[in-house]
Design a protein around this ligand. Structure first.
Ligand code: ADP
Ligand code: MG
Ligand code: MG
Length: 209
């Protein structure tokens, strides 16, 4: 079970990991975008971090809703609405819940990804965060269906996300600013995919304890 307290802890850890990787994310975006992904994400997660004390004790759905609004209103860029949509769908998938089973978490990951792809229209192989989140969702669901507990399933999902992230390096960007570069986007790791990897990795680290 993932508790409401662990969800808040996850989001605080995610915020701190993004703060620590702000320069790295910005450098990745400097290579194929406009050098603001670290700044965008850090601004948004700072706002999330500041707002989290106000949702202590609330159900998971309300927490995700609050996070979504904070991200949409502060991140800007392409990634703001995409992460905002991820958390909005995660909120819808968790109505009234104070804790999540592995199956619930699988639904959250699926709903978040579906929202993101509906919003951004990115397909697998377009060199976006979808290339990181999608293999993780598939791996998590399969592991959960095989009866693995949440931590074990998430460990597998994070490995899949890491492989997905590495796989963005040789891809040609088809969405967002990086797509303006065409072939010149080859050889660079996707910034949004990198922050998405940290999002999942932070959750794993919190649950692993
Ligand atoms: P911007 O490109 O507006 O400056 P950011 O730098 O914050 O926004 O985010 C860039 C990241 O957003 C990319 O690395 C990519 O992963 C992601 N991204 C861009 N467009 C899309 C899309 N249509 N679908 C999914 N992800 C996208
Ligand atoms: Mg950018
Ligand atoms: Mg920008």
């Amino acid at each position: 079970m993932v508790t409401q307290v662990q969800i808040i802890e996850w989001l605080q850890v995610f915020a701190s990991v993004i703060r620590h990787h702000k320069e790295e994310l910005t450098e990745l975006d400097a290579a194929i975008g406009d050098a603001d992904h670290g700044i965008n994400m850090d601004r948004g997660l700072k706002k999330v971090s500041n707002i989290l004390p106000s949702v202590e004790g609330k159900d998971i759905s309300s927490i995700f809703k609050t996070v979504s609004m904070a991200l949409i209103s502060s991140v800007g860029g392409a990634s703001g609405p995409l992460y905002g949509t991820w958390f909005l769908r995660a909120s819808s998938a968790t109505a009234g819940k104070q804790e999540l089973t592995a199956t619930d978490l699988s639904e959250v990951l699926k709903a978040g990804l579906n929202g993101m792809t509906e919003r951004g229209k990115a397909q697998l192989g377009d060199k976006t965060m979808v290339d990181v989140l999608s293999p993780a969702v598939v791996a998590f669901e399969q592991a959960a269906n095989e009866g693995k507990d949440t931590v074990a399933a998430l460990r597998i999902a994070v490995t899949a996300a890491e492989q997905g992230l590495q796989a963005t390096i040789p891809m040609i960007a088809k969405k967002g600013r990086a797509s303006y570069l065409g072939d010149r986007s080859i050889g660079h790791q996707d910034p949004g995919g990198t922050s998405a990897y940290w999002m999942l990795r932070s959750l794993f680290e919190v649950l692993e304890g």
